[in-house]
Design a protein around this ligand. Structure first.
Ligand SMILES: Nc1ncnc2c1ncn2[C@@H]1O[C@H](COP(=O)(O)OP(=O)(O)OP(=O)(O)O)[C@@H](O)[C@H]1O
Ligand SMILES: [Mg+2]
Length: 387
């Protein structure tokens, strides 16, 4: 018989009750439930007496509304939550939606004098970089986390991560953006604007002239000029950018930080989760465990798919397809489907646990409906309790 590895259970209540836990980062590939999990963890931690802020990225509109996040103001707002009578009173919950452009603008404003800041903010290249460049959202999520930590108003920060295709983007994209801003191409482009006026023409060598010539053709003179002005203006801020990124990187590796990898019980999501777990280990970042989200389990697991299907066939063969039988047959087939799905999910999860036998795992059942309000978040949170 095949050996089945049983992973250690992930005790989420213990994680959020532990006062040493100061930052929880929810990672995972697109659409697996990062935002839902982050919000549910935040609510549950607040119910259990902690002072929590949840940083969400692109929450679904209804969920945002239910948390009172109707305006994009880029600052935490208090979320009143009902006392369900089984928590520890005294906790509080704040939530915010990340506004990446606003966050970027605020860094510029904090680091450049007002004239220069205005010049950068009005620059078309900056505008497209701050609202669209791949990696900006990841960078700004990290930046915001750093700001919240420095503000020191909360004893627990729960961070959601951007809807990237790959979970690794969260770790890689900020660096990519940094490299881009600091890259050789950009450095090259800065030269003319820095030297200024006509004088620079004299110091240009032929090679450089050719590069800008080609770029001017490709990008158009105006774009190139925008990039040049932007980068030379930004140049004074590089130190600031670097410093902030380093601070956040250290924060992610600090003992009070815990990473949770979220995955749906599907091959792609679990493969991504595997990569991410390996990468966290390489980076020396503390992994708390894996959350398998939207797991299908049957309350009547003792009735196997095969027996359920056989019973349905027998009833159908009876030929009495009257209303009561039709319903029973449908229910038996549905049960069989669910049992098969559940078995497939277990197999996928076993691949992961065989590769990472020491990673603790928690399962969150698929809710009957989308999770779009505090009651739904509460129900997800209740499933964090270990029996
Ligand atoms: N356990 C669950 N049961 C039922 N529905 C769920 C569950 N978890 C999440 N959902 C639903 O799945 C959808 C995606 O969830 P969510 O937005 O949290 O994922 P995400 O990982 O943040 O996605 P993205 O990568 O796009 O940001 C939402 O509609 C949410 O309500
Ligand atoms: Mg999300």
């Amino acid at each position: 018989m095949r050996e089945i590895t049983t992973p250690p259970p992930l005790d989420l209540d213990r994680l959020i009750d532990d006062r040493r836990t100061r930052v929880i980062v929810c990672c995972g590939s697109g659409g697996v439930g990062k935002t839902t999990t982050a919000a549910a963890l935040g609510l549950r931690a607040a119910e259990r007496g902690r002072h929590v802020v949840v940083l969400t990225v692109d929450p679904a509109r209804r969920l945002a509304q239910s948390m009172g996040l109707t305006s994009l103001d880029n600052t935490p707002r208090p979320v009143p939550f009902p006392d369900r009578g089984h928590g520890t009173p005294g906790g509080s919950l704040h939530a915010m939606m990340l506004d990446m452009k606003r966050t970027f603008d605020e860094i510029v404003e904090a680091h450049a004098d007002p004239d220069r800041a205005a010049q950068i903010l009005a620059n078309p290249f900056y505008q497209s970089l701050s609202s669209g460049f791949s990696g900006t959202q990841e960078y700004m999520a990290m930046e915001k986390l750093g700001q919240l930590r420095r503000a020191d108003e909360w004893d627990l920060i729960v961070v959601d991560t951007p809807p990237s295709r790959s979970a690794l983007d969260f770790l890689d994209a900020p660096q990519r953006l940094g490299r881009f801003l600091d890259g050789r191409l950009i450095r090259l482009l800065v030269v003319p604007a820095k030297v200024g006026g006509r004088a620079y023409l004299k110091v240009l060598n032929a090679g450089f002239g050719m590069v800008t010539g080609v770029l001017t053709k490709v990008l158009g003179a105006q774009v190139l000029k925008d990039v040049q002005t932007f980068v030379s203006a930004l140049d004074t801020m590089f130190g600031g950018f670097r410093e902030r990124a380093d601070y956040t990187y250290r924060l992610l590796r600090a003992p009070g930080t815990a990473f949770l990898v979220i995955a749906a019980p599907e091959p792609d999501a679990l493969r991504e989760a595997s990569y991410f777990v390996e990468r966290l280990a390489q980076e020396g970042m503390p992994l708390a465990g894996l959350i398998l989200n939207r797991v299908h389990r049957s309350p009547a697991a003792r009735l196997s798919a095969a027996r359920s299907l056989a019973a349905a066939e027998t009833l159908a063969a009876d030929g009495q397809a009257g209303a009561p039988h039709a319903l029973t047959i449908a229910a038996l087939r549905l049960h069989a489907d669910r049992m098969q799905m559940s078995a497939a999910e277990r197999r996928f999860a076993e691949h992961f646990t065989t590769a990472h036998p020491h990673v603790p795992v928690a399962e969150v059942p698929a809710q009957p409906d989308d999770v779009h309000d505090l009651a739904g978040l509460g129900a997800v949170g209740d499933s964090f309790a270990t029996e």
